[in-house]
Design a protein around this ligand. Structure first.
Ligand code: ATP
Ligand code: MG
Length: 206
């Protein structure tokens, strides 16, 4: 389903592969929702062309796992905008399109510490950083000081707006979850039950 940004004055986008979605993503989104007072957090799974793990799930499965994980939360929504785009999708193009259609809304793009550290290697960072505000969330393995310093440096260099947001530390990654499934180890309590059941019933990540 596409998400209609028009009725919301203030929205955050949570981009990612969500291969699969886990409680680290959900805790980040909920904390941003509470702290930045946005009306919705929109989860936007990457399309297949932009994201290809040899062992990964298809865009359709990643979308469905994300939808199941967020459906009980009024604050959250899912958009298939990147999945529907043909060819390789870049964040700068996606945000650009949303901006063009909704010039007056306040938009945040949520990024984990690992992503904010490497943001300058993304496509056209100088353009992207001016298109919306950003929320840089903490993640185990990255010191808060390093993330704060990076946010400050980028704001100074590009004149952009980046909020530093401390979230509950959950040392969970999708790659670790995929590895556990492959090894036949449990993924219980690391992601929503509905998503876990979807993974097993569709025989993903084996
Ligand atoms: P992978 O291991 O496959 O890279 P991942 O767990 O990093 O998966 P992604 O889909 O790559 O998940 O991440 C989407 C966004 O969520 C990124 O901005 C990432 O930094 C952030 N994120 C993922 N896991 C966490 C976590 N445990 N705490 C905070 N942020 C997270
Ligand atoms: Mg990642």
């Amino acid at each position: 389903m596409d998400f209609d940004f028009r009725p919301c004055k203030k929205t955050a986008i949570m981009g990612g592969a969500f291969d699969p979605i886990h409680y680290g993503h959900l805790a980040a989104a909920q904390t941003v929702f509470d702290r930045l007072d946005v009306e919705k957090v929109v989860f936007m799974p990457l399309g297949d062309a932009a994201h290809k793990h040899m062992e990964g799930a298809s865009a359709a499965d990643r979308y469905e796992m994300t939808r199941l994980a967020v459906e009980d939360n009024e604050a959250f929504a899912v958009s298939d905008m990147e999945i529907r785009r043909e060819g390789k999708t870049y964040t700068v193009d996606t945000i650009g399109e949303i901006r063009k259609q909704n010039p007056d809304i306040k938009l945040y793009f949520i990024m984990g510490a690992d992503e904010i550290m490497s943001l300058e290697s993304w496509r056209q960072p100088e353009v992207l950083l001016k298109m919306c505000s950003f929320a840089a969330v903490t993640r185990p393995g990255y010191s808060n000081e390093a993330v704060k310093a990076q946010a400050e440096r980028l704001m100074h260099k590009y004149g952009c707006d980046i909020r530093f947001i401390e979230i509950p530390s959950l040392d969970i990654s999708s790659s670790e979850l995929r590895q556990r499934i492959k090894d036949g180890r449990s993924i219980k309590y690391l992601l929503p039950k509905e998503t876990e059941e979807y993974i097993y019933s569709h025989n993903l990540y084996k």
